[in-house]
Ligand binder design. Structure first.
Ligand SMILES: C[S@@+](CC[C@H](N)C(=O)[O-])C[C@H]1O[C@@H](n2cnc3c(N)ncnc32)[C@H](O)[C@@H]1O
Length: 369
C-alpha cells in the first residue's frame, strides 16, 4: 500500500523537477543565443574597447538598430552577463550598460584562454539546419557540412584557434621529443594536415617549425577558401598550401614526415579511408598523429558534463555530417578509444599509442605501422 502511494508522489516530484529544469535550461539557451548575437554584432567588442553605452550609443557604434540593441542589452543585464547603470533623470533611454570585470576576457578578447564566444557561435551553427536534421532522423540520411554555414565554421575555428596558435607548438609537440626534433632538423620537414578546416592548425605547424612546409587538406570548399585567406594574412603562402581534397581519396599521394588530423576523424563518413591515406603519406618513417575528443572508454550515463557536451554536438552536428555520404561509419563526436583503435587497425596500423598529454577535451593518438 505504502509503495503504491509513494510511487505517484515520487513521479510527481520528478515531473516538477524536470519541468523546472527545462524552464531554467531555456534561459540558459537564451544566454547562449544572445551571447552569439553580441559576438556577431560586435556589441561586446564595442563595450570592451569603448566602455559603457546606452542602447542608442551602442547602436551608433555598431551600426545596428537602437530598438533591438536596447532589448538585447536589457536581456543581457537581466541574465547577469552585462551590468546596468541607472540614470535617475534620463530614465530608460539613458540607462548605460557595461561589461563587468572579467567578462571581456570571455566575450571580447579572441586571444584570451577563456574566450568562449565561439562556443555560443558553434552551438547556434549546429542547430541552424534543424529541419533537415529532423528529416535525417526519419530517413537515416545526413546533413552536409556546408549546410551548417558560416556560424558553425567560424565557431569551430574560434574554439580551436587559441589551442593551435598558443599551445600546440609550445606545449604539446615539444612533449613528443623525437617528433619535435625531426620537425626542426634537416632535411626540411614536410607535414600533411588532414581535415585542416580554416587552416589554424596548418599555420601553427608552419610557425612552430620555420623550415617545414605544410599541405592542408579539407573537403569543404568554404573552409578551404577561409584557410587560404588566413594563410595569406599570416604571410605563409610560400610554405603552407591548402588543398580542396577528400582525405579518403586513394589517389592522394606524397611523402611526409608528419600526417596530422585534428578533431576531424569522428566527422568523416570514411574514417578508415582517411587513416589509410595518412598511413600512405607518412610511409614507414613518418609519424601519424590524430587528436580527437576525449570521450570515455565506454557508455556511462554518469559520464559528466564534458561527455554531455560532446553528445549534444554529436546529435546536432557531427553524426549527421558523417552520415551525409554513403557508406558511412556513423561515428559521431563521442568517438571512444576502442572505436578509434578499430578504425586504425582496419587502416593497417600495427599499434595505437595514447600519448600521456593532459587536455580536458582532446586525446592524442600516435599510430605506428
Ligand atoms: C570539426 S572540423 C575540424 C577542423 C579543424 N581540424 C579544427 O580542428 O578546427 C572537421 C573538418 O573535417 C573536414 N572533413 C570531413 N571529412 C573530410 C574528408 N573526408 N576529407 C577532408 N576533410 C574532411 C570538414 O570539412 C571540417 O573542416
Amino acid at each position: 500500500m505504502t509503495a503504491t502511494i509513494k510511487a505517484p508522489a515520487a513521479a510527481a516530484a520528478a515531473s516538477e523537477a524536470l519541468a523546472e529544469r527545462l524552464l531554467l535550461a531555456t534561459n540558459a539557451v537564451w544566454d547562449v543565443f544572445s551571447v552569439h548575437l553580441g559576438h556577431r554584432l560586435g556589441y561586446y567588442r564595442s563595450l570592451a574597447a569603448d566602455g559603457a553605452a546606452t542602447a542608442a550609443e551602442l547602436a551608433v557604434r555598431t551600426d545596428t538598430h537602437p530598438r533591438y540593441a536596447r532589448e538585447w542589452l536589457e536581456l543581457q543585464a537581466v541574465a547577469g552577463i552585462l551590468a546596468a547603470h541607472e540614470d535617475p533623470i534620463g530614465g530608460d533611454e539613458a540607462r548605460r550598460f557595461s561589461l563587468p570585470a572579467g567578462h571581456a576576457a570571455v566575450l571580447a578578447d579572441a586571444d584570451d584562454p577563456n574566450f568562449l564566444a565561439p562556443l555560443a557561435q558553434i552551438t547556434v551553427g549546429a542547430v541552424a539546419p534543424v529541419h533537415e536534421l529532423v528529416a535525417a532522423f526519419r530517413t537515416g540520411g545526413g546533413v552536409p557540412y556546408a549546410d551548417y554555414g558560416t556560424d558553425l565554421r567560424d565557431g569551430q575555428a574560434g574554439m580551436n584557434r587559441n589551442f593551435f596558435l598558443s599551445q600546440l607548438g609550445t606545449e604539446y609537440l615539444p612533449a613528443i621529443p623525437d617528433l619535435h626534433a625531426r620537425l626542426r632538423a634537416n632535411p626540411d620537414a614536410k607535414i600533411a594536415d588532414i581535415g585542416c578546416g580554416v587552416g589554424w592548425s596548418s599555420i601553427a605547424l608552419a610557425q612552430t617549425y620555420p623550415n617545414a612546409t605544410v599541405d592542408g587538406f579539407d573537403l569543404d570548399a568554404a573552409s578551404v577558401e577561409d584557410a587560404r585567406d588566413h594563410v595569406a594574412d599570416a604571410g605563409l603562402d610560400c610554405r603552407v598550401t591548402i588543398h580542396l581534397r577528400d582525405a579518403a581519396d586513394p589517389a592522394l599521394a606524397g611523402r611526409y614526415d608528419l600526417a596530422t588530423a585534428f578533431e576531424c576523424v569522428h566527422d568523416m563518413s570514411d574514417p578508415v579511408g582517411a587513416l589509410r591515406t595518412m598511413r600512405r603519406l607518412a610511409g614507414d618513417r613518418g609519424t601519424v598523429l590524430v587528436v580527437d575528443e576525449r570521450a570515455g572508454e565506454s557508455f556511462d550515463p554518469d559520464a559528466g558534463e564534458i561527455e554531455r557536451l560532446l553528445y549534444g554536438f554529436s546529435v546536432f552536428h557531427c553524426l549527421p555530417v558523417g552520415m551525409a555520404e554513403r557508406p558511412s561509419a556513423g561515428t559521431g563526436t563521442v568517438m571512444r578509444p576502442g572505436t578509434f583503435r578499430r578504425y586504425a587497425e582496419a587502416a593497417g596500423f600495427r599499434s595505437v599509442e595514447i600519448l600521456p598529454l593532459d587536455n580536458l577535451f582532446f586525446r592524442f593518438y600516435r599510430l605506428a605501422v
